[in-house]
Design a protein. Structure first.
Lengths: 227, 227
DNA sequence: GGCGTCTTTGACAGAACCCTGACGCCCGGG
DNA sequence: CCCGGGCGTCAGGGTTCTGTCAAAGACGCC
């Protein structure tokens, strides 16, 4: 199910959006200000964010920048301002689309669909959505891991952790980067999380967990997934 | 350079777009109708398409469908129609954005930048910078060193040390500069650190560590990396 | 409210790493 | 010839980092 984060301080707009989105089987979170928005974005990992630029606590563009520091989630900006400069500023800060109020609900939903659609994993392309090693297979699209013919059960955090590593196959991923991507931008020093979850992944996926072949530790720097 | 395909049958609009795009260092192709557009898209593989819906030979939505059959290239629709239905139809057919005429050039260009930006490859986007010598290769992005087909393990300090030298390939790096960059700004005289770590790097990377070819000592001055 | 799953913490042993001091070599100058 | 400075090498010990385990908290579901 697609998860949407609606950020707006006007209750009637928020309510209208929530009703329409829920009717179309979206999962919806709402935030009345920028701080809550950033926090919820990190905690809930929405698939798309609808962001009103006129927030009580901070400039909407700052919210965009705060998000773009660590995620590429589609951002659909909503604003009462029609000025070209405002649009350009928001778009260049990292917004994906800009809709002026008052807006047509049908159009907004269509733009939302478009934003979600193009953020989906590279479909027909030659990108390998499935990563194979000698010991197991990771299907990034289906969110499935297979080992010796059996599907392996991963918890949400385990999967997220694995995904970051696999998407950077061969590259070193720093501890800070892992923490930020999996737990959110306010994390960066809780390396014990990494140790615990790395151990879980190795236990579930490595042929010999005590001598990992695919999940390599680079002491003091981070971890690396090798196929 | 980013390649744009402009599809429009009105010469004055096409011309205005071409001028503005070329001024911003885009490479531009133009097509006056749908058939030409589909053909050029296949032949030239543009990074983004600006598509007017009102074409003489076929319905604009058909062009979108024709493109989406084989490519995910961003499509920015341009149209005189303001109706919500039209927008929804185009967006759901696979368009990425919808701008109504008359449009502001600044806004259009900003939307174009947004469309191109999000189509960029994921994963931070940093290109793999690989430095090669006869004896080993250094991948600065993946933080990987390969020698004779095997990955060489470097400690954090060793890697940092190597990185500074490699980024200044061919240039002399003074002792003070090395110490400051690797150990921090309060260091500058602890040349024994350098001797120790230089020895480690040579032992791990040089074919003949006692007669280094790539890590050259400039007595009294500093070190130099030569490929 | 009870239960199972998942996440977060804390503690600890073992491993990896970094600093340090000692020593020998080379070379130019006294 | 002797001496001193700069450099390369080596190994020990303190420090940090990692793997592992267990248990407490948080959460959702029935």
């Amino acid at each position: 199910m697609t998860r949407v984060l609606v950020v707006d301080d006007e209750p009637q707009i928020t309510r209208a959006l929530v009703i329409n989105l829920k009717a179309r089987k979206y999962e919806v979170d709402t935030a009345p200000d920028g701080a809550t928005a950033l926090q919820l974005a990190a905690a809930r990992h929405p698939d798309v964010i609808v962001l009103d630029l006129g927030l009580p606590d901070m400039d909407g563009v700052e919210v965009i920048r705060g998000l773009r520091g660590w995620t590429r989630v589609p951002i659909l900006v909503l604003s009462a301002r029609h000025s070209s400069d405002e649009k350009v500023e928001a778009l260049d800060a990292g917004a994906d689309d800009y809709v002026t109020k008052p807006f047509g609900m049908d159009e907004l939903l269509a733009r939302l669909r478009a934003a979600v659609r193009r953020a989906e994993p590279t479909g027909g392309g030659e990108d390998d959505v499935i990563v194979t090693t000698e010991d197991f297979t990771v299907d990034l699209a289906a969110k499935k891991v297979n080992r010796a013919g059996r599907d392996v059960r991963l918890t949400p955090t385990e999967w997220h952790f694995l995904e970051v590593l696999v998407r950077n196959a061969g590259r070193l991923v720093s501890q800070k980067q892992l923490l930020r991507e999996v737990w959110g931008p306010s994390y960066g020093t809780e390396t014990n999380y990494l140790r615990v979850y790395m151990a879980q992944l190795r236990r579930k996926l490595e042929a010999d967990p005590s001598h990992p072949r695919h999940f390599v530790t680079e002491p003091g720097m981070g971890y690396r997934f090798e196929r």
